[in-house]
Write a protein that binds this ligand. Sequence first.
Ligand code: ATP
Ligand code: MG
Length: 141
Amino acid sequence: MAAEADTLALGAYLGEQTMQRYAGRASIFLQGQLGAGKTTLVRGMLQALGYGGTVKSPTYTLLEPYNIEGHEVFHFDLYRVNDPQELEFVGFDEIVDGPGLKLFEWAEKAQTWLPPPQVHVRLAVDASTQPPSREAVIVFS
Ligand SMILES: Nc1ncnc2c1ncn2[C@@H]1O[C@H](COP(=O)(O)OP(=O)(O)OP(=O)(O)O)[C@@H](O)[C@H]1O
Ligand SMILES: [Mg+2]
């Protein structure tokens, strides 16, 4: 995990596994501090699923939707969200209950109002070493 390419490769693995295990219908919680690599992981996933465009962080838009070869993907960043009503304008409830792949950065902020996910990813960075050491834990359920 020492280089960005490692996080991208882990994202590709996560994308393959999600397709195999859940046929692309799954909710994934992405946890980890600011800059831990959550968006980078999503970029690796989407590229492996066949997306060739730019993967932008949904920091301000809250949601970046994709349709990749017929597969719907919804990439949320809940960092700035305090209440599910703030997401009504994107049709949040329908997306959460519907098909497709739902990716939630900062899902810990929504644990009380989101159903339990199929996949839980925790990324950790220890900056006390040079270079910083990084660890990823993926739990499939
Ligand atoms: N394994 C890695 N090694 C080194 N740098 C990495 C690694 N993974 C990601 N990065 C870099 O860390 C920076 C932050 O990554 P990223 O935006 O993916 O974090 P994030 O967890 O989404 O942060 P935020 O909580 O702000 O959304 C980027 O510049 C990215 O290239
Ligand atoms: Mg991010």
